[in-house]
Design a protein. Structure first.
Length: 273
């Protein structure tokens, strides 16, 4: 018979591990009538090690305790099920790895945030706004936890209204809104509700401006002047509110700076939204 310490030493674990599995009911030691010591035999050693094997494969304690007591066919079934679970975990990790690379790519684009403007094709995007003018919808507030729980596959979205972007006489601060956005590539796989108040901007031709600001809710016409000039030179107008996104947040000299892109779908002046 072995004491707690002797059993622990023989298995390469701490005495606390032996005590834990004793309290859980897996091990049922004899109690010495002379000194009250708990005493274990080789059966306890095998049971403990078999449970540790199952636990190392990701089984819960309850599953691991029952594992060795089941027929081999049931054990094989449990192992196959665990294989399927691991395959799903691998799939999710691979997906998260791809998303990490995408986000790193966006972070690298922060180097363009000096008023650089480009014209690109982009797919459909969905956005849900909860901060800023006109975002007091209770339904939007009910929806946003489900969206936010899916970071990093959704992103922080920045929206400037098309009516102000298309107003050649507009001056001052834009009515910027903040929220969360998701591309078509992820929207459906995440199972998010996409009906209003979720806003949809179709895919198409976009102008994108990269800039850095100190206040996301104080974007001015001056900040977006290069974007407006490019639109004027192309003879296009903005068809939707922007679907911009946050690229980076940096603390510089005690000041917070936000690197963002403002992305707006464009069309000929005769095109409808």
């Amino acid at each position: 018979m072995l004491t707690v310490k002797q059993l622990a030493d023989s298995l390469g674990v701490s005495p606390d591990v032996v005590r834990y599995y004793s309290r859980s009911g897996l091990l049922k030691p004899l109690v010495s009538p002379t000194n009250g010591y708990r005493l274990y035999d080789e059966t306890d050693a095998v049971l403990l090690e078999n449970v540790r094997v199952a636990r190392s494969l990701g089984f819960s304690l309850k599953e691991a305790r029952a594992f060795g007591g089941r027929p081999r066919e049931e054990q094989a079934s449990l192992l196959r099920r665990r294989e399927d679970e691991i395959e799903e975990e691998i799939r999710k990790l691979e997906e998260r790895k791809r998303r990490l690379a995408e986000i790193r790519g966006f972070l690298e684009k922060a180097s363009l945030c000096k008023g650089f403007v480009e014209e690109v094709d982009r797919p459909l995007i969905y956005s849900l706004y909860t901060i800023g003018e006109g975002t007091g919808s209770e339904e939007a507030k009910r929806r946003v936890p489900a969206w936010a729980s899916n970071f990093p596959f959704v992103h922080i979205s920045v929206s400037v209204p098309k009516r102000e972007l298309n107003d050649l006489d507009f001056k001052g601060i834009y009515s910027t809104r903040l929220g969360v956005g998701v591309t078509e590539a992820y929207a459906h796989s995440l199972g998010l509700r996409l009906d209003p108040p979720v806003e949809t901007v179709p895919g198409g031709r976009f102008l994108i401006i990269y800039l850095t600001v100190s206040d996301l809710l104080s974007i001015s016409r001056r900040d977006l002047e290069p974007l407006l000039e490019r639109a004027a030179s192309l003879g296009v107008r903005f068809l939707n509110d922007s679907t911009g996104r946050l690229l980076a947040v940096e603390e510089t000299g005690g000041e917070t700076r936000y690197s963002i892109l403002i992305r707006v779908r464009i069309g000929r002046r005769t095109d409808s939204a």
